[in-house]
Design a protein around this ligand. Structure first.
Ligand SMILES: Nc1ncnc2c1ncn2[C@@H]1O[C@H](COP(=O)(O)OP(=O)(O)O)[C@@H](O)[C@H]1O
Ligand SMILES: [Mg+2]
Length: 505
């Protein structure tokens, strides 16, 4: 049975919240029942996180009430919310890097006093909890050594250790690989079957439809409607979210035939960074085509992109761009030849969060654009203005810090910058991961336009729908080796899955 008929445990009743002139939530009704997964969806900036902050006691509504078990409450902080059995996993993890898994989980509630014994007993307790949920976590590992998926499990353990009845998951899948996301959904189902209430904010409509019992759509601070997944489909939800219809995963064939070979990679070996490294990889790609690189995260994709951009030195093999050997060329010189990069981690590699929009719009090209020792103010302003206009950057002003944009707008800024002068070779990693459909549609449309304008694009993506929608052909990597090549038409999940697992299709 899907539809939950447990009692409503947490509710927002007619809540409104303003930030100055901006109405982030307007008369919102939202509740969640015991044993239910209630998904909340909406574009970036729709007010989802604001609503969660109200439910979790981080902010007070300007009007309306929050109720727990049918009784109005007024949380003075999230400590009160936690006491009421509400736990939240945030969009950006709040873990202490140098602390171990166990220390993070037990933070603020170590059993007993300090010392060896306490460490041992808290590690034992955390190990018990982790094993119960099937998490392969060693309680003694420092969090800084963990990947995103594991970090999220630590965040979940923090909440579960307090035995929360209501779990709020704010975009938990944004940074996860499809495999990690599906593992998370298994956990979500498990939590539901334990009778807990789960509020899930997510962007991928397919995921939402498969995991939720009820889906509520927020647009510009207001509830557009609630549906049950059996009565809804992706197209309808997309329409509710943005107010117009978007078919994100529709294939748009390229205009014209691809031209000459632009990129020639020959027997490339690249040492491993976070992944498997690259072993004897060869590829020829043409101007005017998008070559998709599929694979489970960590199978050499990032090493490939970094070697092509000049961030990681190959130990063997050669890279030629338009007939020119660039194997050991510096990044700056590659940029001069039109090599551009959209890195997988927008916040850490793509932007300097504390720099202004103008400054970020120039990153990577500072030296080249300098006249004397400074970059002319007009050059800076012009570039930022153009990106803002073309990519509909919400909340734009030249001086706004990159940190203050939503994820979707940060990515618009990066892609806008990388494409602002055209590109000969564009390396793109997970370009729409975690973005709402509106932002994802803009990014995809721009990538296609760049291809049609003659760029050679290498698209590393963990989203199979995205690969099929964008790529003209798809190469699969497993263990740093190409295990196959498919056309988007032949790239069904089963075939891709086999190649991704290293089994010849
Ligand atoms: N603390 C804040 N101060 C000012 N504006 C905010 C604050 N938090 C959110 N906003 C604004 O409120 C709107 C809704 O934001 P948010 O709830 O984070 O949306 P979502 O989570 O759906 O992306 C956005 O326009 C955002 O810029
Ligand atoms: Mg949010």
């Amino acid at each position: 049975m899907r539809a939950a008929d447990g009692p409503v445990v947490l509710a927002a009743c007619g809540v409104s919240k303003r930030f100055g002139a901006l109405v982030a939530n307007e008369a919102v009704d939202f509740d969640v029942r015991a044993g239910e997964v209630h998904a909340l969806i909406g574009e970036n900036g729709a007010g989802k996180s604001t609503l969660m902050s109200l439910l979790y006691g981080l902010m007070h509504p300007d009007s309306g009430t929050i109720a727990v078990d049918g009784r109005a409450v007024r949380f003075s902080s999230c400590v009160d919310a936690m006491k009421a059995g509400i736990g939240m996993v945030f969009q950006h993890f709040l873990l202490v890097e140098r602390f171990s898994v166990a220390q993070n989980v037990m933070l603020g509630r170590e059993p007993g006093r300090r010392g060896m014994l306490d460490r041992r007993s808290s590690e034992k307790e955390v190990a018990r909890l982790a094993t119960g949920y099937g998490f392969a976590l060693n309680p003694a590992t420092p969090v800084e050594d963990l990947g995103v998926g594991a970090r999220q499990q630590v965040e979940l353990l923090k909440v579960l250790e307090r035995n929360a009845r209501v779990l709020i998951l704010d975009e938990p899948t944004a940074a996860l690989s499809p495999q990690e996301a599906s593992a998370l959904f298994d956990i979500v189902h498990r939590l539901r079957s334990e009778g807990r209430a789960v509020i899930l904010i997510a962007h991928k409509l397919k995921e939402v439809l498969s995991v939720a019992d009820r889906i509520t759509v927020l647009r510009r601070g207001k509830v557009v409607g609630s549906v049950e997944p059996e009565q809804a489909d992706e197209a309808q939800l997309g329409l509710m979210m943005v107010g117009r219809s978007i078919d994100l995963d529709k294939r748009v064939p390229r205009i014209g035939a691809p031209a000459d070979v632009a990129l020639r990679i020959t027997s490339l070996d690249v040492p491993a960074s976070s992944g498997a490294g690259l072993h004897g990889f060869s590829l020829q790609a043409r101007a005017g085509e998008i070559v998709g690189i599929a694979g489970v995260e960590g199978n050499g994709q990032i090493e490939l992109a970094e070697a092509l951009y000049g961030l990681r030195e190959p130990t063997a093999g050669a890279i030629a761009l338009e007939g020119r050997d660039i194997t050991s060329m510096s990044c700056a010189n590659r940029r001069r030849l039109g090599v551009r990069y959209v890195p997988p981690d927008r916040q850490r590699e793509g932007l300097v969060l504390d720099f202004s929009t103008e400054e970020n719009a120039l990153l990577g090209d500072q030296r080249r654009l300098r006249r004397g020792s400074v970059i002319p103010a007009k050059t800076m302003r012009r570039r930022a203005d153009a990106i803002a206009r073309e990519y509909a950057l919400a909340g734009y002003s030249p001086s706004v810090k990159a940190r203050d944009y939503s994820g979707g707008n940060q990515q618009r800024l990066i892609v806008g910058r990388e494409l602002s002068e055209g590109a000969a070779l564009l390396l793109v990693c997970a370009p729409t991961r975690g973005l709402d459909v509106g932002a994802a549609a803009v990014i995809r449309e721009r990538l296609r336009a760049a291809r049609d304008a003659g760029a050679c694009i290498l698209l590393v993506s963990y989203d199979l729908d995205e690969l099929r929608a964008l790529a003209d052909r798809i190469i699969v990597l497993c263990g740093g080796v190409a295990t196959g090549e498919l056309t988007p038409e032949n790239a069904d999940d089963a075939t891709l899955g086999m190649l991704m697992g290293g089994i010849a299709a």
